[in-house]
Structures are given as structure tokens and as C-alpha cells.
Design a protein around this ligand. Sequence first.
Ligand SMILES: C[S@@+](CC[C@H](N)C(=O)[O-])C[C@H]1O[C@@H](n2cnc3c(N)ncnc32)[C@H](O)[C@@H]1O
Length: 217
Amino acid sequence: MPDVVDLRPSFLCFDDLTPYLADDGWLDGPKLFGNANPVELDVGCGRGMFLFNASTTQPKRNFLGVELDFTEGRRGAKRLFKRRQPNARMIGGDANYLLDHLVRPDSVAAVHVYFPDPWWKRKHRRRRLFTDLFADRVARVLQVGGLLHMWTDVADYFEIVKALLDHHTLFSPLPQPEERPAAHHLDYQTSFERTRRQAGLPIDRGLWQRISNPITP
Ligand SMILES: C[S@@+](CC[C@H](N)C(=O)[O-])C[C@H]1O[C@@H](n2cnc3c(N)ncnc32)[C@H](O)[C@@H]1O
């Protein structure tokens, strides 16, 4: 039996977004969240642990997740829906499309990318989400001063992303956040962070700040 519960507005497909678009076609924060508070994006939000925790502990900020896998996304969005969580929304679809066509340039306070799929096999590496094009997409939507968080337990993936962002003209590296002891089962940044830490795996936590356009001579 298919899951037919209507989870709107906690879970939205691209086709559902028309009422939340501004006249110029970009997503409109106040229409989506009912306020003009800062918006943070969680790319590949999975079951939404970060969205749920962050939107609960930071009610004055809005959190928008995007997840390609509708089954995973809807599973997480059910919790947001049950709570009528006003400052968290999840969109089902491809983050690249969202970033290119729906998120207004220079509009987002932070982008979170936690444990992107590693695509271990060499022949599959080109499917990785975080490429130089993706870095440019994130740079375009982030406000100056906005933050990009990228965490992973895949050391070679982290090194590639680090090299890309450390040398990107629109990002400046910040000190890596330290690991925080978990007080309980839900006290992790994401469910992948929980499984990786419980397996004893080391995690790289990268943080970069969007800087203003470099001055060109
Ligand atoms: C390894 S999981 C991590 C989930 C979550 N961030 C966490 O840390 O628990 C990576 C997630 O990214 C999603 N994903 C991969 N490519 C994506 C894309 N282009 N747009 C949106 N989500 C994507 C996958 O479906 C998957 O749920």
C-alpha cells in the first residue's frame, strides 16, 4: 500500500512550490516560512535529523532541506509534520536544480552538506555531489559572510573538497569545529554522524565562509 499521507507543507515536491515563489520566480522565504528570518539549507538531508534538531533549538532561524530520495525524505518529514514545525521544510528533488533555479542568489545564511554519498568505486566518482560546479552553486546562493559546512568520514572526498574550497576565490576556510560529546541518542548533527561515530570512524568537519568578490585590478 503506497504511503499517501499529504505531508505538505513539511514535505514539498517541486510541483508544490508555485505558492511559495516570488514574482521573479525565486523561492520566497517569508511565503515558505511565514517570516523573514535567516534561511539555512541542508543539502541531502536524508531523514532530517539535522533539520529537526536545528529547527527546534533555533526557532529564530529557518531550515530548508532538500533530498533526492523521497522515501527517506518523507520518513523524516513526518516528524516535522506531526510537530507542525513552522521553521523547517523539506523539498523532494535534486539539490542542483534547487540551487540553480529556485534559490535566490545571495539569499542563504548557511549551507550544510553532511556525509554526501561517497561513491566509492572509481568509475562512479563522477556521481559525487561536491564538484567545482557545486561549489560555485553554493557560492552563488550564500550571502557574504554565510557559512558552508561539509562533514564526511571519507578522507579522500574531504581532501578534494578542502582543496577546492580553500582555493576558491569566494570562500575562506575557518577552523574546523571540534567533536562534541553526545548527551543522548539524538544528540548528533545527523543520523550518518551517529552511525559513523558509533562505528569509531574519524570524521572531518569542514567550515568555510563566503567572502565578497575578490577585488580585481
Ligand atoms: C549518505 S546520505 C547522508 C544523509 C544526511 N545528510 C546524514 O548525514 O544523515 C546522502 C544523502 O544525500 C542525498 N542526495 C544525493 N544526491 C543528492 C542531490 N543531488 N540532491 C539532493 N539529495 C541528494 C541522498 O539521497 C542521501 O539521502
